[in-house]
Design a protein around this ligand. Sequence first.
Ligand SMILES: [Zn+2]
Ligand SMILES: [Zn+2]
Ligand SMILES: [Zn+2]
Length: 763
Amino acid sequence: MTTGRKKTTTTRKTKKAAASSTGRANGRSSTARRTSAASRSTVVPGADVVIVESPAKARTLSRILGNRYNVLASIGHVRDLPKSKMAIDVENDFAPDYIVPRDKSAVVKEIKAATNAAGTVYLATDPDREGEAISWHLMEAAGIPEDRMRRVVFHEVTENAVRRAFDEPRGIDVDLVNAYQARRVLDRLVGYRLSPVLWSKVRKGLSAGRVQSAALRLVVEREAEIDAFVPQEYWEIDADLLTQATQAEEFSARYRSELGASRQATIPNEETTNRILTDLRASSYQVASVRRRETTRRPGPPFITSTLQQEAFRKLRFTARRTMTVAQQLYEGLPIGNEGPIGLITYMRTDSTNMANEAVQEARAVIGNRYGKDHVPASPRSFSRRVKGAQEAHEAIRPTSFMRDPESLRNSLNREQFNLYQLIWQRALASQMADAKFDQTTVDITASGAPSGVSHTLRVTGSIMTFAGYLAVYREGIDEPDIDSDEGRVLPDLREGQPVDLRNVAGTQRFTQPPPRFTEATLIRALEERGIGRPSTYAAILSTIQDRGYVDKADNRFRPLKLGTAVSGLLSEYFPQVSSLDFTSRIEEELDDVARGEREWVPVLRDFYGPFNERIDTAQEKIERVSNIDEETDEVCPECDANMVIKRGRYGPFLSCSRFPECRGMKRIQKGTGANCPECGGELVQRSSRKSRRPFYGCSNYPNCNFLTNQEPLPQPCPDCGGLVVATSRTDAACNDKECGWQGSREELTAEQPQPEPQLVEV
Ligand SMILES: [Zn+2]
Ligand SMILES: [Zn+2]
Ligand SMILES: [Zn+2]
């Protein structure tokens, strides 16, 4: 009953919006650019039509379905909220007023023409809320009649999955669409109401989003923890010991405690260290105990979106955004040999670790063939995880066929695609392999006989892998290096009661470390642990807080800028709805409920908007103007020698004296590029001319060297010739030497070479 009512209200409201918006769009269609894939397809009259969101997916699907179907691409959403106004009718149940944007009217017109001539129209957009919404917008905007429309859902673009989906079509899932709409409307309300507050209190042109503000808060709070951190001194004592044999073996043991103490002692200062060292230097040593035990290690589950993003950062230095772009290429299909475009992985936006039974069976067969029967566990592994939004993506990210091993694709994929595919293939395969086994040894050594009468204990541990199991394929990356790891440390064969000789003993002063700044990997994990963000949003959250100038990265770690700290402080004081971590995660859960059909979407909006809106009004009165948001620099003022700060003027950022207005010293920002001049080896710097505001790049040795370029020089050398590389667009780069001719993506240049897997010896 509930779902029925919901369905009718949604349809009625949006029909109205659709009618007005298509009218508007049609009036403009003659001027719209014809860039759609739809315009290039040859439409067989009367054939069934299939619509997807991207040309690459359309090509793969077209190969699978053959001539009976015309496969068209909508190129993303065909309707959205207009940019020029809020377009939410708050008084009327938050009804959104969608329009067909100018650049989409041509594609809508063509889809309309194709569907009018067609038998059945299949909407085959991606299997999640966003995909459902794209289908729904298509249906509304192109006026596809409900009785001729079929929604088909598959998680991989493969023969079997597509056939199965076409055998079991359904209607539009209104719950998924409403969950999508609720998020879109919430974010729109926050953006439109909050931005003016930031403009009047902080700086013109700022904006703040809901989920991004929670992420910003994490970065700002971590920085505050680091600033407040007081390092504690402590000492470590290490002894080099020798076995008493003709071929003496040396090993190192760490001081643990006085004899008989049950736990590791903390050595607070040099005085204590020296007292212990005096004892140790005058002691004789004996092996007190040797404990051996076998430990096992289980493989992790196959990737979900968040773990893929984390691991691709650790191992390939991909940003979350890069990971999603490349994963989408693998999912939508790439030309492989003579086979045509093939979908290589399952859908990349998912939070389920489940793997289809057929895939598990195939993995077990591949493991047995490649690594031997002993690497196949007795029964398949299953990984349980709370699955959110049960109607959405059901499967982990895995290869569509384990038979397609990475090596066989090396010539068909570019380097980034290959590296990411290999990571996904290895991780999914490893998840079905046997445990790794280790022999772990713990040896305690007693030092006794010192004149003080105090005896001490030292300890050494070693760990040797005895069976590789899944580690033969895959080893998870680490965020912070563990220098004290005992893995692979081989100990001499020690027996209880055996005397050993002291060769050397020394103390080292250490200090406790503050928590580290977040990397892309650790920030995504922190967001996930707190229930903030979803598979479809992590990558966008991370880029947004950087694009807005709230945080930047130093050594690949997030660090808040003054502006970000100021905005975050203001939001957490006045707008808990926007910056509170608990609040944000609760709304994410409510949206999950909406997607499952367990909650109405309008009340979610109402509960949020009421209190939020009240605060906007009081905030405008109460909040004082925030100052001191200018980033400090090491540049020195030409007038008074004070430090300079970065200010934003009408023509972009410039350096101003920090003592402004007392001192009016100013400087142009001369931005170093980190690249060297190909003619004289000097540094290339950004300059701007008076006439045009477009920057250009010149040599720091000007006027002695006249090298000039309009394209931004990049600090990385050309992978082919080692020469200068320039940016040709926001994402692409090319060698400055036309004869070399290298071209590629900018991310590819900055990505570090993948770390080789540590080689393990099997004993
Ligand atoms: Zn000055
Ligand atoms: Zn030069
Ligand atoms: Zn080159």
